[in-house]
Design a protein around this ligand. Structure first.
Ligand code: HEM
Length: 88
């Protein structure tokens, strides 16, 4: 599917049909609890560092590029979401 991200070049290939069932653009995303412990990030595990994942989110989802300090602040917040890892 090449309907999306033309104006906002999300930096991933659409591998595995992550744009949703029947191209609905609706799909479940992981919660952020324990996000500090669950690298690599995104549906394809393309990003190893949480700072980089937050930078990508700020650019492509919020439309604003966070400064390194803002990224560090968000990562500090995400660290507060740590808890016991649940076995799957
Ligand atoms: C400061 C705000 C945000 C932060 C810190 C953030 C953080 C993250 C992180 C760390 C991931 C990776 C999750 C994982 O791999 O387990 C993620 C994925 C995702 N986020 Fe955000 N996010 C933010 C805002 C948003 C917004 C505003 C949207 C949409 C309106 C959004 C949509 C998504 C989607 C669709 C994914 C999955 C992408 C993929 O797997 O390829 N995020 N986010």
């Amino acid at each position: 599917m090449d309907c999306c991200f033309k104006e906002s070049p999300f930096p991933f290939e659409n591998k595995g049909g992550f744009l949703g069932h029947d191209g609905s653009l609706r799909f479940r995303v992981p919660i952020l609890r324990n996000i500090t412990k669950t690298a690599p990030y995104f549906h394809n595990g393309a990003v190893d560092k949480l700072e980089e994942a937050v930078g990508i989110m700020s650019k492509y989802q919020i439309g604003d590029e966070f400064t390194p300090k803002q990224i560090d602040d968000v990562v500090a917040f995400l660290k507060t979401l740590e808890g016991e890892l649940v076995e799957y």
